[in-house]
Design a protein around this ligand. Structure first.
Ligand code: FAD
Length: 377
């Protein structure tokens, strides 16, 4: 078996898969290894929001990255749909970011003003206007910020499309293959080992989410990325269609094309315990109470995933200082679906010797890194 490629991508979540696809699209030969099934971790437990306002995407470079990320994802999804014939359920709805007490109202109103100053299209609605526009919302609403159109996608379909398109472009996808070590020559990484198997490449990119620090310890790098647990519910109610996206201070409701509604998500520091908990479900039921009719809804499914969260909450995209040929694309926390396209685009440009764009420098790894002097492999 030929075990040499231009690039090895470690991790077949959404970040690794989109990156592998874009690299292959640019003409590079790519091998992608995952220790489980592709999409089997955080990328398999997600709502698919592609919005720059839900869950507060901050401002400055992070907001700029989110805005570029949305444009990139819309282009990539269209391209994937054309190449594979798979409909990813990219949809657009108005988003109501609702407050249910005075404190939340003050926070929401401040956010609304900030968004307007940044040129956003959001509107502020008083409680009676909210009730008129969306009578299905709880009468406890004390105000809302309405965003006229926000996008979302169905990540399971997106992953299916991106993996198929990647394979069509020659990406070798190897599941159930855990990377256990790096192959090195001096300070250059020349490949990876997966048990007894050795794979060689000019570049190795770690896109293995919350598990990136585990591998980087092997080369003396202490990457500050930790798991941020998210739990989610999927519900539906016969004869009921949610006409909008809803965001509360605790979470969100996202309507899907098949009538199901995704209720997400908790944000918990619980280590690597990938568990659905009573506290998590209780939290999600409070989110769901934004639409009182849904108390009668049927629960279809529950999901839990571990988001990769960096120490400053922003993604880490680029080369790892001290090593040639070793790169990382992780730390996307709550926005890995939204940011997978722009991340893949930047990394692809960088590896191909092109300009990754001005924004890229804000997401370099150096800013959070403490490198040990000695390295062992
Ligand atoms: C409940 C929930 C809701 C979310 N909702 C949204 C949303 O609406 N919009 C949005 O943009 N984002 C959302 N996110 C965040 C998003 O899902 C993550 O940011 C994203 O999935 C991270 O993708 P990833 O590819 O970096 O990591 P992962 O999907 O975790 O993939 C990492 C992969 O690496 C593999 N791996 C680990 N170690 C090794 C190894 N040693 N060798 C080989 N493979 C290895 C794992 O098996 C895994 O498949 C949500 C997350 C959760 C949990």
């Amino acid at each position: 078996m030929e075990r040499t490629s231009d690039v090895i991508v470690v991790g077949a979540g959404i970040v690794g898969s989109v990156l592998a696809y874009l690299l292959a699209h640019s003409g590079r030969s790519v091998r992608m290894l995952d220790r489980g099934l592709s999409g089997g971790e955080a990328s398999g437990a997600r709502a698919g929001l592609l919005t720059t306002v839900a869950e507060g995407s901050g401002k400055g470079p992070y907001l700029d990255l989110s805005v570029q990320g949305l444009a990139e994802m819309r282009t990539i999804i269209q391209q994937l749909e054309e190449e594979t014939g798979i409909d990813c359920w990219l949809e657009c709805h108005p988003l109501y970011r609702i407050a249910t007490n005075e404190q939340e109202r003050d926070m929401m109103f401040a956010l609304y003003q900030e968004r307007r100053q940044l040129g956003g299209q959001e509107e502020w609605l008083e409680p009676e206007q909210v009730r008129r526009e969306q009578p299905l919302l709880s009468p406890r609403v004390t105000g809302a910020m309405r965003s006229p159109q926000e996008y979302h996608v169905t990540p399971g379909l997106l992953l299916k499309a991106v993996l198929q398109a990647a394979r069509q472009r020659g990406v070798l996808v190897q599941e159930n293959t855990a990377v256990t070590a790096f192959l090195t020559e001096g300070q250059r990484v020349i490949g990876v080992a997966a048990g007894m198997e050795h794979y060689y490449a000019e570049h190795v990119i770690l896109a293995n989410g919350a598990w990136s620090p585990e591998l980087l310890k092997l080369v003396g790098i202490d990457l500050p990325v930790t798991p941020l647990r998210g739990q989610m519910l999927v519900v539906s109610l016969a004869g009921f269609a949610l006409p909008c996206l809803i965001n509360t201070a605790r979470g969100y409701l996202v309507p899907k094309k098949d009538g199901r509604i995704v209720v997400g998500a908790t944000q918990e520091h619980a280590g690597f315990a990938k568990e659905i908990t009573v506290a998590g479900i209780t939290h999600l039921l409070k989110v769901l109470s934004a639409v009182p009719a849904l108390v009668q809804a049927r629960i279809h499914d529950t999901f839990v995933g571990l988001r990769p969260m960096s120490s400053d909450g922003m993604p880490l995209i680029g080369p790892l200082p001290g090593w040639e040929g070793l790169h990382v694309a992780t730390g996307h926390a709550q926005h890995g679906i939204l940011l997978s396209g722009i991340t893949g685009r930047m990394m692809t440009a960088y590896l191909n010797g092109e300009d990754p764009g001005e924004l890229w420098r804000h997401f370099q790894v150096q800013r959070v890194l403490t490198c040990k002097a000695e390295t062992e492999v």
